[in-house]
Design a binder for this molecule. Structure first.
Ligand code: SAM
Length: 272
């Protein structure tokens, strides 16, 4: 039997796919993060498939019941909104389904992270999804430290009451970078604020936001390294050669530090 992973709309009910509706109608059971939220969605589309809860607090104890259901028929996994498993319950169930050899069929569909990213105007060729930032200052700074030199675009989820604090923390940890706050995507009050982190923070300090929010932050700009003059390169090479490093190894290390290319450093080393 098959476990279907079914994304649901992140605001606009028209964003459900035809396939999602067919699967939700045809499976034996739907495992839902919040059965009330999903019942509302199903009612709108006149679907009356039985529901069972699968949420943060029963995601481990509920596994056996869901696998028992999977021996009798197909099961669909849904969360409250968007794609299950993305900051929503799903990962443990899917991991266990893989381990047990259960067939998994994922349906493509809505996710706030990707929808915000493509509208941000920031580079989409490489990106890192970070989920929610930690709430405490120190934990937030530690969390962001590894991304100071990260050139790819960052995607974060945030709650409206912590948005300004989060934008300020991002600017402090990473520098005042281009960013985009995507709020209430696909809903009536959809809004995109694009600009430097500090400018968006000032905007929302003056006008506290409501609703659901994704923050997109541009990656680190390439580091400009100061190019050394020839004397400095020769001196650095000499130090390494005197310490016994082969010319090839020393040239590679000095090239990385000096802004010179490896061949030119090597050629200088041959002169010495
Ligand atoms: N699984 C979901 C997905 O695929 O996007 C994410 C679930 S996570 C618990 C909920 C967070 O996603 C919200 O707090 C907000 O940061 C973001 N989010 C969800 N819907 C959104 C929307 N319509 N506009 C902006 N952000 C949204």
């Amino acid at each position: 039997m098959t476990l279907y992973i079914v994304p649901t709309p992140i605001g606009n009910l028209e964003d459900i796919t035809l396939r999602a509706l067919r699967v939700l109608k045809s499976v034996k059971l739907i495992a839902a993060e919040d059965t009330r939220t999903t019942r509302f969605l199903l009612k709108h589309f006149e679907i009356d498939t039985p529901l069972t809860s699968y949420h943060e607090h029963n995601k481990l104890t509920k596994l056996d019941a869901i696998f028992a259901a999977l021996t009798e028929g197909d099961v669909a996994l849904v969360s409250d909104a968007g794609t299950p498993g993305i900051n929503d319950p799903g990962y443990e169930l899917i991991r266990e389904a893989v381990a047990r050899g259960v067939k998994i069929e994922p349906l493509p569909g809505a996710s706030a992270a990707i929808t915000a990213l493509v509208a941000s105007g920031l580079p989409t060729d490489g990106f890192i999804y970070l989920g929610f930032l930690p709430k405490k200052d120190k934990a937030r700074a530690d969390f962001l430290a590894p991304f100071v030199d990260e050139p790819r675009t960052l995607i974060l989820y945030e709650s409206p009451n912590r948005l300004v604090e989060a934008l300020e923390a991002l600017a402090q940890a990473l520098g005042d970078r281009p960013a985009c706050v995507a709020r209430e995507i696909t809903k009536l009050h959809e809004e995109f604020q694009r600009g430097l982190l500090s400018v968006i923070a000032a905007h929302y300090r003056a006008q506290p936001p409501r609703g659901e929010i994704v923050i997109i932050v541009g990656g680190a700009p390439p580091r400009v390294i100061e190019t050394w003059d020839e004397d400095r390169v020769r001196a650095a090479l000499e130090v390494r050669r005197a310490a016994g490093e082969p010319l090839k190894v020393a040239a590679k290390a000095v090239a990385a530090e000096s802004g010179w290319d490896r061949r030119s450093v090597y050629a200088l080393g041959l002169d010495n």
